[in-house]
Design a protein around this ligand. Structure first.
Ligand SMILES: NC(=O)c1ccc[n+]([C@@H]2O[C@H](COP(=O)([O-])OP(=O)(O)OC[C@H]3O[C@@H](n4cnc5c(N)ncnc54)[C@H](OP(=O)(O)O)[C@@H]3O)[C@@H](O)[C@H]2O)c1
Length: 314
């Protein structure tokens, strides 16, 4: 699996990032989880996304510890989700950022968080307040970041913006080197930023290419969800399923290649370095690695796809 540079940062990611949110001991045993990650790593996986807020976090840390003792020379790149301020905090504080970074370094057993996915939160979590926090925190953020960076504890700062207006503002900051946020055939809000990000040397990591398991061959083929002809699904909203079916029809995606399409679509754009996907079974791990082996960068096809789906975004 060819590595892709995250923007012009010198940090290289595997096209697939292992998303740890669904990795829980009630879904997969420790030895199986280690085997799955080892198998994916042998096929080129280097990059892992985690959050200390996920219920799966202690188990993921245990899995990574086992994996590292089994494969001590394996390259590991960490993307970690860090919220400062958190919902109940009034303002940004450098001390919370430092403490969370130090905690993640210890828990993950690593010397550096390569990509910090920064979230600015507020209660209520609205742009008016979040944009004010962003504007007011610049001095404290820069001072703390420069210290952590100087100590080699962090690589690059990126944003999970929650909204388009916030993405627009955060991408203007010299410290912000890209976005780690949603991008799949049903979540296209950030597409208008991609070309400018590519030009500016900023990177993008696309979250949930399968839209949480919806955009997969397996899901489309399960007859209660219906093949393309039947837009009904017992456990999904009809509107979402109908939108997906019409999207796949517009794009002429064959029913048996939906998983490939879902993984490969974000990676067509040169700004997108990696897609974060959850897998908890060896079969899914193999399918994901097979699909990413065939992923290419092809901006023209990306643009044509967007044009078919949502022409106003191009
Ligand atoms: N705010 C944030 O930063 C944020 C928010 C959401 C998610 N994330 C990150 O993104 C990752 C992915 O999110 P997600 O899990 O919601 O979405 P996703 O990766 O799009 O979908 C995961 C689902 O797809 C299934 N799957 C995987 N490979 C498959 C295959 N080959 N065929 C059929 N189904 C397959 C998985 O099943 P199995 O588990 O059974 O393999 C799982 O149910 C998370 O783990 C997390 O790290 C971050």
């Amino acid at each position: 699996m060819n590595r892709r540079e995250f923007g012009h940062t010198g940090i290289y990611l595997s096209p697939i990032t292992f998303g740890s949110m669904r990795l829980a001991p009630d879904r997969v045993r420790l030895d199986l989880a280690v085997e799955m990650i080892t198998r994916m790593a042998e096929r080129g996986l280097t990059t892992f996304h985690s959050s200390h807020e996920y219920e799966s976090y202690p188990f993921f840390c245990e899995v990574m510890q086992e994996f590292r003792s089994k494969k001590p020379s394996a390259e590991v790149v960490h993307i970690a989700k860090i919220a400062v301020p958190h919902f109940h905090d009034a303002t940004f504080t450098g001390s919370r950022l430092s403490t969370l970074i130090e905690d993640q370094l210890r828990a993950l057993g690593t010397e550096r968080i390569d990509i910090v996915q920064w979230l600015v939160r507020h209660q209520p979590n609205e742009d008016e307040q979040r944009l004010t926090i962003l504007a007011e925190c610049q001095q404290a953020l820069t001072a703390t970041w420069e210290r952590l960076h100087g100590e080699g504890k962090v690589g690059v700062l990126t944003s999970f913006p929650y909204s388009v207006p916030f993405a627009r503002e955060v991408l203007k900051l010299p410290l912000c080197e890209g976005l780690v946020t949603y991008l799949n055939a049903l979540e296209l809000d950030m597409v208008p930023f991609l070309d400018a990000m590519e030009k500016a040397g900023q990177g993008y990591v696309a979250i949930r290419p399968f839209h949480a398991g919806l955009i997969t061959t397996e899901n489309m083929g399960q007859s209660s969800c219906g093949s393309f002809g039947v837009a009904l699904c017992a456990n999904r909203s009809n509107a979402q399923m109908e939108k997906l079916v019409s999207t796949l029809r517009i794009l002429n995606v064959p029913e048996d290649t939906v998983t490939d399409f879902a993984l490969q679509f974000p990676l067509l754009h040169p700004a997108v370095a990696s897609v974060i996907v959850s897998v908890t079974s060896l079969n899914h791990a193999d399918e994901v690695m097979d699909a990413s082996d065939r992923a290419i960068v092809d901006k023209e096809t990306f643009t044509k796809t967007i044009n078919s789906l949502s022409p106003s975004l191009v």
